[in-house]
Design a protein around this ligand. Structure first.
Ligand code: AMP
Ligand code: MG
Length: 350
């Protein structure tokens, strides 16, 4: 009945590779520049991921991939035996330290965003058909959504140390924060192994370790949510750059109405609050990932108010009415694409 128009698309594109070092001045730079950039690519968490790290050997890259796969094993909602699967099916589960940490942080961010992020919205996401890869999308009716919303309430998820439980009928999903957290753990692994320059592309989530081997910033392309190309590029070092966009997974009904995978937990419907993509730039992948989803749900005005109240991240908002809004610190870091069709503006400080 419904046309399946798109599956996954990457929100961010990497504009540059490792590149040879340009005339390093200091001895430390010379050492780093002489090291080779090695990379690996693999499929995990429903997307293609790549890790490029200066000075990494094959064993470290294999360790990085194994880390991602082990996180997927623990956090997947669909793999029988994962901690999250057990929690959702049995109502309680003993989590690993890191899964408990992620759930604890996610619950705190649900509260911080006043429920725009809600880890218990999963049954609603499934009712719309977004949890399977087969594109069996549908528009649930109001009665069905009302019934499902009775069990959407992150405040009823209990976490005591590593013991988690949810009430009957509730199911959680950490999909809105898992890739960001994965990026943080990968970054820590690489740093502990002596890597000072790396670029991680986790499908819509980019994380950078240090700067490029030549000492310049990484340039991370941000996808145009309404087209094939890029909005532009962000110059960053040591940052996470995470995008949530309606274009990543969506379908249209016979009347041409568009429905996407980011849900407003209050209505049980795809969040249509004025934004078509949100890119968050900050120090921590987990935080950026939680916020990109939550700010998308909040909509333009509330996202700006949230930024003004917090100011511990930067963002690029793209609105349904064709505007591109940047926080002030990104004004100099963002290079728009040629012939950018959005009206660009810097968000006022207050
Ligand atoms: P992201 O791509 O990080 O924005 O995460 C989107 C994914 O998180 C969706 O595919 C859903 O599985 C889940 N999700 C959708 N809406 C919400 C929400 N309001 N709060 C938490 N998770 C959500
Ligand atoms: Mg997210």
């Amino acid at each position: 009945m419904y046309k399946r128009l798109a599956a996954l698309a990457l929100g961010l594109a990497l504009l540059c590779g490792c590149g040879a070092a340009a005339q390093p001045q200091k001895e430390t730079e010379t050492v780093q520049a002489a090291q080779e950039m090695r990379s690996t690519e693999f499929f995990a968490m429903d997307t293609v991921m790549s890790v490029r790290a200066c000075g990494a050997d094959e064993a470290l890259l294999a360790q990085a991939e194994a880390l991602v796969l082990s996180l997927e094993e623990e956090l997947s909602t669909t793999r029988e035996g994962s901690a999250v699967y057990t929690l959702d099916h049995e109502g309680h589960a003993e989590l690993s330290e890191r899964a408990a940490y992620l759930l604890g942080r996610a619950l705190a961010l649900c509260a911080e965003t006043d429920g725009a992020l809600d880890v218990s919205v999963y049954p609603v996401v499934r009712a719309w058909g977004f949890t399977t890869a087969d594109g069996s999308y549908r528009v649930p009716d109001a009665a069905e959504l009302d019934a499902l919303l009775q069990n959407v309430d992150y405040t009823r998820v209990l976490l005591d140390g590593t013991e988690a439980s949810v009430p009957e009928g509730m199911e959680i999903d950490l999909g809105a924060v898992t890739k960001g957290y994965t990026g943080d753990l990968l970054t820590a692994l690489l740093r502990e192994s002596g890597v000072e320059s790396a670029l991680l592309d986790l499908g819509g989530n980019v994380q950078t370790v240090g700067c490029k081997p030549d000492g310049s910033n990484w340039r991370v392309g941000v996808k145009d949510p309404a087209g094939e190309g890029l909005l532009g590029a962000l110059a960053v070092a040591d940052k996470a750059v995470v995008t949530s966009g309606g274009y990543e997974r969506y379908f249209t009904d016979d009347a041409g109405t568009l429905y996407w995978h980011i849900m407003d937990p209050r209505s049980g419907c795809p969040a249509r609050n004025g934004l078509i993509s949100v890119t968050v730039v900050g120090d921590e992948g987990l935080y950026c990932d939680a916020l990109s989803t939550a700010l998308f749900v909040m909509g333009t005005e509330d996202a700006i108010a949230f930024w003004r109240a917090h100011r511990d991240f930067d963002m690029v908002l793209v609105t349904e009415d064709g505007r591109l809004l940047l926080t002030p610190a990104l004004a100099e870091r963002f290079t728009p694409a040629d012939a950018l069709r959005y009206e660009t503006a810097v968000i006022a400080d207050a």
